[in-house]
Write a protein that binds this ligand. Structure first.
Ligand code: NAP
Length: 408
């Protein structure tokens, strides 16, 4: 059976990895230009398709029939070819978004939701939320309700981001500030790369429910696979696939005092998991064309810290890599979200007497204890986990993998 994803530009899609778990069919990426669409849909050898931007509406005229959900939303994200060759259009985004809302655990009946954006995903979100008994307001750049009159909706309990704002590679931007919304209970962002958009990190920092779009992506794929294969797939598979993908995509980020073993442990972790390894100090030295001590001596610490934030901003956007940071990266608050957007931060603790000082500009005798005292609260603030690295590096690496439940 041949299935796949149809779109114009597919880049690095997660769909093949998801469908590997879902059925015994091949799953290809079909990148087609608009002028190739008709021939592909009429003569392509596929039995089932997922459809993404910009073809969810364009494929409708080629379908002999639509399911009621696809009809209601005016969008098709799944196509199945029947025995007689005709195409049936489905919409599994509805199930996907419903599953995402359910996962959030939010109790939404009778409350107000703001749905940002007015495209296809927004239509789906509005239909699901209305069905759950919410009042929905679409915020559109050109609509009556827009980003200049958000103060009309300070009573919103839920914000759904159905725009591409904050999506890789334009990480760090956010469609709205949460400052306006005193009744807010949760934020759902349909974006899944990065794992935590700026908007989700803002929600997280306020202790609100915050979900990215990965659960939706997996759930819609599960329902698509049911249509492709004609067999029921239990919902439990969604969490299995989600956990696996989440783990593969998450960066492992090591923080801690200079000389605590971040590079050694980082290389070991990369070796054991087959991930790429990056050391922010090496990236800085490479881009500046000089050693760290020389940068400190000729340009000063402030310039070094800016170079470091630049390096972190590039590395933090990546997925599924190991990153060893410089000991002082925690002194700039903005480095936290750059590292956290796709990463789990592990603080490697090592006894001060064991920390090396040679070639380390800020670790000179007598200063280490003082430095540790001032940085400890910052490491605590940045860290998701703390692990001691006083024994054998191999042991520390295994304990990290165990903690993160990363399979090797
Ligand atoms: P779309 O049809 O292109 O709609 C996106 C909407 O966002 C536009 O209609 C626009 O609404 C708004 N928008 C676009 N650029 C913007 C900008 N620079 N600033 C503010 N608003 C902007 O795309 P879509 O299919 O609805 O997808 C929207 C997002 O959801 C994408 O990030 C997509 O990856 C994600 N998605 C995720 C899943 C999943 O399974 N997790 C499924 C579907 C979609 P206005 O012009 O009205 O402002």
């Amino acid at each position: 059976m041949e299935c796949g994803l149809l779109g114009e530009k597919l880049g690095h899609s997660y769909s093949p990895a998801i469908h590997k778990f879902l059925g015994n069919y091949t799953y290809s990426l079909y990148e087609k230009k608009p002028e190739e669409l008709e021939d592909f849909l009429k003569n392509g050898s596929f039995s089932g398709l997922n459809v993404t931007i910009p073809y969810k509406k364009a494929v409708i005229p080629y379908c002999a029939a639509l399911t009621p959900v696809a009809q209601q939303l005016g969008a098709v994200n799944t196509i199945v070819r029947k025995q007689d060759g005709t195409l049936i259009g489905h919409n599994t985004d509805y199930f996907g978004f419903s599953a995402m809302v359910k996962r959030s655990g939010l109790c939404l009946f009778g409350k107000k939701a703001l749905v940002l954006g007015s495209g296809g995903a927004s239509n789906t979100a509005v239909a699901v939320l209305k069905q759950l008994g919410m009042t929905t307001i679409v915020i559109s750049r050109s609509g009556e309700n827009n980003y200049h009159n958000l103060h009309r909706h300070t009573d919103a309990a839920l914000i759904v981001n159905a725009t591409p704002v904050g999506m890789y590679p334009n990480c760090g931007s956010s469609p709205v500030s949460l400052d306006y919304f005193s009744n807010l209970e949760g934020v759902l962002d349909l974006i899944y790369n990065p794992a935590r958009t700026q908007l989700l990190m803002e929600a997280e920092a306020r202790g609100l429910a915050a979900e990215n779009g990965l659960w939706m992506l997996v759930a819609q794929a599960k329902e698509s696979a049911e249509w492709f294969t004609g067999r029921h797939i239990p919902n439990e598979i969604i969490s299995v696939i989600y956990r696996q993908l989440r783990q593969t995509m998450e960066n492992i980020v090591l923080i801690g005092m200079p000389g605590c073993g971040k590079t050694t442990i980082g290389k070991l972790l990369a070796e054991k998991t087959g991930r790429d390894f990056f050391d922010t100090d090496s990236v800085i030295e490479h881009s500046a064309g000089m050693s760290i001590p020389k940068i400190f001596a000729t340009k000063g610490e402030n310039v070094f810290r800016s170079l470091e934030t630049n390096a972190i901003s590039q590395l933090g956007k990546r997925s599924g890599v190991v990153i060893a940071t410089g000991g002082g990266c925690v002194t700039r608050e903005e480095n936290y979200s750059l590292l956290h957007q796709n990463g789990i931060l592990i603080w490697l603790e090592r006894e001060i007497d064991s920390l090396p000082i040679l070639g380390r500009p800020l670790s000179q005798p007598g200063k280490l204890a003082q430095m540790y005292a001032s940085r400890k609260p910052l490491y605590e603030k940045f860290a998701d986990y703390v692990l001691s690295n006083n024994g054998a590096p191999e042991k520390t690496a295994f304990r990290i993998l165990e903690k993160l439940e990363v399979s090797i």
